[in-house]
Design a binder for this molecule. Structure first.
Ligand code: ADP
Length: 624
């Protein structure tokens, strides 16, 4: 028979899998069982809407059996099965989820990484087997097909006989090698413990043939061996169990089994609400964002069960957008099984549950912030941006709920701090919460605009996320302290009296001249109250800061909002004396200096200069 080749990506992954140094080979069983369970789910769902189908739980199960002599492990399910095309498309191709495509950038160094991060499902069978056959008969089909493969060199598909709808997978277990033992996967007790460990709460019975000793008929005190079918999994879902019975590892397994993420959860919450609303829920805060988290493709939501039966995979109404990173499930007795999506949206119970969940998540995050800052830092690294979007979105409706969860990098503490920590450290005379926006901590640190505030010993919050300044504009203040950018016109710091100098007749003439020269570029040139060592900087009058202008100009529907820029000049700088000198004398020199200083200020801000060639020509002019 002609061998078909795996698609290139599948082949690579398969090779990695076969040569895997992955220690937890046992997870192949979890993957196969979970596929079988999904396949039974599919029949179950079909039956919900298709009257010609009935779902009698008795008829649906997963079964494991071992033939030590032939070295085979067989897994049978009564799920929906696969057609010939499905066998081809599902088992000949991998990475429908795009996991491998995503991985390509940061090229996995070994199989370990990729298997650890992405559930690769069916292919994991090749970690323990050197030959795999899948015989499947799809629901509604008479003809079955058999898919077979020895691994990376391809697969065959041929018609086959199968009496029942469903799938039978036969793994020919590898022989032991010097380093690895595979015999264990032919031992019933070992298989049983793997099922217990990973798949205990699977909703369908997982059966296994077991040898049992039964009293021999007609003979006293004598026993004979009999093969009996036993159910291995308890089928009790983890959320129905007592918290005290469960270990951290149980929750982690559940997280993996449910494909909530490829990472480990950072924290979990097990809710057993018995008050105004009755529900059970297990919620996870992941450690790292899914690769599509900050994109439009990402879908938030929790699994929703009505009395133990899954009714929706991703119920978006259960989570506010700002907590969209939360994974998990909710099971409630008060929901009806046949409720439609449209009806759910208006369901009063569901709304109450969502409210309740929101406050649970919030207090979980708060206690992480308080008691385990290291974890909270990790969390914030991954999802802080989402919280800031939350503050900004819906015209700031949620700002009160979220402001305490925010953190920003502090100039004095050199780490992320909360607003509460900032405010509690403020010296009495400090009026505002100061912040500076820029591309990176290092860039902000060097901004001339920070000099005055930093000199005063005041803490400055560094804003490096696009959203930061917008979020703070929405907050306006925290604990009655207003936010103030270090580039703002008024810093609320009494210091020196450059105002007076500003008014001095000679200076006014100079600034007017410079303002005229820079007409259309800046709205004003004036003496700076914030500069110490730098000759000039840009600041802005009005609501829109220079950083905001930059961000807005990068938006797809560029609203063309401009900051009202001001060129500030340090009147205590030597350069200022030169400026004054040239006002009296050579005006063309003053023009040159003005242009150069303006361009310098642009560069410091990280803004492009309009005419770089002219700028360098002007530089040369001063040199010669
Ligand atoms: P995943 O389960 O993540 O989609 P797999 O490689 O494990 O990836 O499986 C690929 C697809 O093959 C599944 O999505 C499913 O459509 C199909 N499949 C796998 N095992 C079975 C099975 N036992 N019964 C029916 N379909 C199956």
């Amino acid at each position: 028979m002609e061998k078909k080749q795996f698609q290139a990506e599948s082949k690579r992954l398969l090779e990695m899998m076969i040569n895997s140094i992955y220690t937890q080979k046992e997870i192949f069983l979890r993957e196969l069982i979970s596929n079988s369970s999904d396949a039974i789910d599919k029949i179950y769902y079909r039956a919900l809407t298709d009257d010609s189908l009935t779902f009698d739980p008795e008829n649906y199960y997963i079964k494991l059996s071992v033939d030590k002599g032939a070295r085979t492990l067989t897994l049978t399910d009564t799920g929906i099965g696969m057609t010939r095309e499905e066998l081809e498309n599902n088992l000949g191709v991998i990475a429908k989820s795009g996991s491998l495509a995503f991985k390509k950038d940061n090229e996995a160094k070994d199989g370990h990484d990729i298997i650890g991060q992405f559930g690769v499902g069916f292919y994991s069978a090749f970690m323990v087997a050197d030959h795999v056959s899948v015989t499947s008969r799809a629901l509604g089909e008479e003809q079955a097909y058999k898919w077979e493969s020895d691994g990376a060199d391809g697969y065959t598909i041929a018609p086959a006989e199968k009496a029942q709808v469903g799938t039978e997978i036969v793994l020919t277990i590898k022989g032991n090698t010097e380093d690895d033992s595979y015999d264990e996967f032919l031992e019933e007790y070992r298989l049983r413990s793997i099922v217990k460990k990973y798949s205990d709460f699977i909703r369908y019975p997982i059966k296994m043939d077991a040898k049992v000793q039964v009293p021999k008929e007609g003979a006293e005190n004598e026993f004979e061996e009999k093969i009996e079918e036993e159910q291995v999994n308890s089928m009790v879902p983890i959320w129905r169990k007592n918290k005290s019975e469960l270990t951290e590892a149980d929750y982690e397994n559940f997280y993996t089994e449910k494909h909530y993420g490829f990472d480990k959860p950072l924290s979990h919450l097990h809710v057993n609400a018995d008050g105004a609303v009755v529900y059970r829920s297990i919620l996870f805060i992941p450690e790292t964002p899914p690769f599509d988290f900050y994109s439009r493709e990402y879908e938030k939501g929790l699994e929703l069960y009505a009395n133990g039966v899954l009714i929706m995979n991703k119920c978006a109404d259960l989570l506010p957008d700002y907590f969209s990173f939360v994974k998990g499930m909710v099971d409630s007795e008060s929901l009806s099984l046949n409720i439609s999506r449209e009806m759910l949206q208006h369901d009063r119970q569901l709304k109450l549950i969502a409210k309740n969940i929101e406050s649970k998540i919030k207090s979980q995050l708060k206690s992480l912030q308080k008691d385990d800052r290291e974890k909270y830092d990790k969390f914030f690294e991954s999802f802080g941006r989402q919280l800031k979007y939350g503050v900004y979105s819906d015209y700031g409706t949620h700002k009160d709920a979220l402001q305490d969860l925010l953190m920003f990098y502090s100039s004095t503490e050199k780490k992320l701090v909360t607003l509460d920590e900032y405010v509690s450290r403020m010296p009495e005379e400090q009026k505002y919460i100061y912040y500076a926006a820029g591309a990176s901590h290092a860039r902000i640190e060097k901004l001339p605009q920070t000099e005055m505030v930093a000199d005063k010993g005041y803490e400055i919050l560094y804003f490096t996320d696009d959203i930061d300044e917008f979020a703070v504009k929405m907050l306006l203040s925290y604990k009655e302290k207003e936010f103030r950018s270090v580039s703002a016109g008024d810093l609320g710091i009494e210091d020196g009296e450059p105002d007076k100098q500003d008014e001095a007749a000679g200076d006014k003439e100079l600034f007017d001249y410079m303002t005229e020269r820079l007409a259309g570029k800046v709205s004003n040139v004036r003496a700076s109250k914030r500069l110490r060592s730098h000759p000039v900087c840009l600041s802005s009058d009005g609501e829109v800061s220079i950083e905001m202008e930059k961000i807005l100009s990068m938006m797809p529907d560029n609203p063309n909002v401009k900051a009202e820029k001001v060129l500030e000049v340090n009147v205590n700088h030597e350069v200022f004396a030169s400026l004054k000198g040239s006002l009296e004398g050579d005006k063309s020199k003053l023009d040159l200096y003005t242009d150069l200083l303006y361009n310098q200020a642009l560069l410091i801000e990280g803004l492009p200069i309009e005419d770089p060639v002219e700028f360098t020509n002007q530089m040369c002019k001063i040199m010669v």
